[in-house]
Structure formats: C-alpha cells, structure tokens
Ligand binder design. Sequence first.
Ligand code: SF4
Length: 115
Amino acid sequence: MSMLKFEVFSGGTVTFDLSKCSQCDTKACVQVCQTPGNGLILKLDERDLPSLKVAQDRVAKGACIEDMGCMLACQLQGKDAIVFDLPMPEFEEAVRNLREDQPVHQKDEKDGHTD
Ligand code: SF4
C-alpha cells in the first residue's frame, strides 16, 4: 500500500493512504492546506496525488502547523485517507485514570476539580 508519511513538530506523524487518494476527485486536502494561514506544505504530484512541497525536515520543524484542516476536509469531501497520530500525554493520562465503574464527575470531585 502506498503511503505518504511525515513527522511533525509535536513529535507525531501524519499519514496519507495514497491508494484512497487515487480514487479521490476533490483533492480537498491540498486545497485546504493552500488556504492562507494554513501550512502551505501540500501539493499534487505528477500522479495527481498529495505530496510535500517543502522538505521533510522543514515540515518536522513546524512548517506543518498541525491544524488538521486537511484531515477534516478529507473526511468531509475526500476518502478519509489521513491519520494524525499526535502525542497527547495529558489525555492519555486522563483515560488511564478513568475507571469504567466511576462516573467522570465523581473522579473530578475526588481530584479537587469542580466545574
Ligand atoms: S482529500 Fe483525502 S482522499 Fe482526497 S487526495 Fe486528499 S487525502 Fe487523499
């Protein structure tokens, strides 16, 4: 399976399943990425598939702003071909601390958090 995968500044990765992209008429990911204020890192290559228009080391240093606009556009108008795998240590810790038999609001009260 053909993939486009690159590292981003947060330490995560973004992966495109290009076998899905070859079936996509909209190429919405590239359009969104080219919107002013977004990363401006994607282009269509000679095969009409998404590719990087800047060097991977620049992408990893923050050229990709990780706004996930490409992924949302792909989910809405493409073929759901993009996976963001970003480190979220606080979220993962919160999930680890949840117990199925304990409602979230009780856990928050125990920890001293109230809304
Ligand atoms: S919108 Fe999705 S399926 Fe279409 S080219 Fe972009 S990543 Fe591929």
